[in-house]
Design a binder for this molecule. Structure first.
Ligand code: BEZ
Length: 392
């Protein structure tokens, strides 16, 4: 009898130990982060900088967020919206990632957001500004660490109107990022007395600008507002200068025109003023530490806005996971923690709106040598209108 009792106690103890060991193993198994970023095409450098920034923050935390080791898988999205649904489904269904981080291109990101919303997969958007993502498609499990396309455009429209510019021409790629950047610009420029006399565009990622530059020269506006980024931005600035327009018709843009591109533009962007939520060497301790850590980690590569957005996506995930002790399934707690945080970013501190888009300062910057230097804060704590988002 005594022997039987002892046997039962031993059995119970070993069952309990087994259960708690398997819970421990479950809690401590790595969190799989799936990067869906461009590794080919005009946005390649942007994707690399995002991945570098994200990994830098995680390595500063000893490789763990919320107490759990972070491991990575990745897919090249090629900035191709037609492949986006298959690519994110591969990450979620075959690679079984816990979190998706991506991407750069608005059309690709919108397709990702649809799948993330349907499958309730955590998604952190580290660049693409498509307004729908934090508008009609907003969801408790989707967050953006970057901007909405509207934000820099709106800030630049105010600046240009204040400079007394009356007639502007816009030029961009014909897709969500370009259209929404121009819309933001027009919202404030026309409200402040400006007039857009012509909208010019070409399909993404074409860089045959010549005919459009000839048209700009003929239209003779007071100034041009533009959205281009990555390799396309390098070519556009060089072509604008080569066409002899730089001294005749002042060129302005969303800051992607000169961010991460100045080296390749080889001086042709000198003096260009743009609006963005980051500038080189902001006077804050976080930015100083970030830039020095980035340059050390990536062998003298200089960080840009995309690296900052990647870094901040990891910070946001870290804030969420700290609140849930590393449990990715507790999405409501994770979202609540991010929504109430003040994120200490190299761009300056910012908060996340109910629609999950940054509320942040937009800087007016000027290209000087290889840096985009701050001129002033163009728009303080600017929030995207988040039209159509039921969460706001
Ligand atoms: C976009 O597609 O949303 C985008 C791409 C590059 C820079 C900024 C925005």
């Amino acid at each position: 009898m005594k022997y039987k009792q002892m046997f039962r106690v031993a059995l119970l103890a070993s069952a309990l130990l087994g259960a708690s060991l398997s819970a421990y193993a479950e809690d401590n198994k790595p969190i799989k982060v799936g990067f869906m970023l461009p590794a080919t095409g005009t946005y390649t450098a942007l994707g690399n900088a995002i991945e570098n920034g994200f990994k830098l923050y995680v390595s500063e935390q000893g490789g763990k967020l919320g107490g759990r080791t972070i491991e990575y898988v990745k897919v090249d999205d090629e900035s191709d919206p037609a492949k986006a649904t298959d690519n994110i489904n591969k990450l979620i269904k075959s690679d079984k990632v816990d979190v998706v981080v991506g991407t750069v291109h608005s059309g690709v990101a919108a397709a990702m957001a649809k799948v993330a919303k349907e499958t309730k997969t955590l998604l952190f958007v580290p660049n693409a500004g498509a307004q729908a993502i934090t508008g009609p498609m907003c969801a408790p499990n989707i967050f953006r660490s970057s901007f909405s396309n509207w934000q820099p455009g709106y800030a630049m429209g105010e600046v240009m109107a204040k400079k007394g510019i009356k007639k502007a021409v816009t030029i961009t790629w014909k897709y969500a990022a370009g259209d929404e950047s121009i819309k933001g610009f027009k919202d404030s420029f026309t409200k402040n007395g400006g007039e857009v006399i012509k909208d010019l565009n070409l399909p993404f990622p074409n860089v045959e600008f010549q005919a459009l530059l000839t048209e700009i020269a003929a239209l003779k506006p007071d100034a041009v507002y533009t959205f281009f980024a990555g390799g396309g931005a390098v070519k556009f600035v060089k072509d604008y200068k080569a066409a002899g327009l730089m001294d005749k018709i002042p060129l302005y843009g969303a800051g992607f025109l000169t961010d991460g591109t100045l080296e390749a533009q080889g001086g042709d962007a000198e003096g260009l003023q743009t609006a963005l939520h980051y500038a080189d060497k902001l006077d804050n301790p976080k930015d100083k530490a970030f830039r020095s850590a980035y340059e050390t980690a990536y062998k003298d590569m200089v960080p840009d806005v995309y690296a900052v957005q990647g870094y901040d996506a990891a910070q946001m995930l870290g804030i969420g996971l700290a609140a849930t002790n590393g449990d990715v399934s507790k999405q409501a707690e994770l979202a609540a923690a991010i929504e109430k945080a003040e994120i200490d970013s190299p761009r300056g501190k910012f908060t996340i709106s109910k629609a999950h888009n940054p509320v942040q300062d937009i800087y007016l910057r000027e290209a000087k040598g290889k840096e985009n230097v701050v001129v002033e804060v163009a728009s303080k704590a600017l929030a995207d209108p988040a039209t159509g988002c039921p969460l706001k």
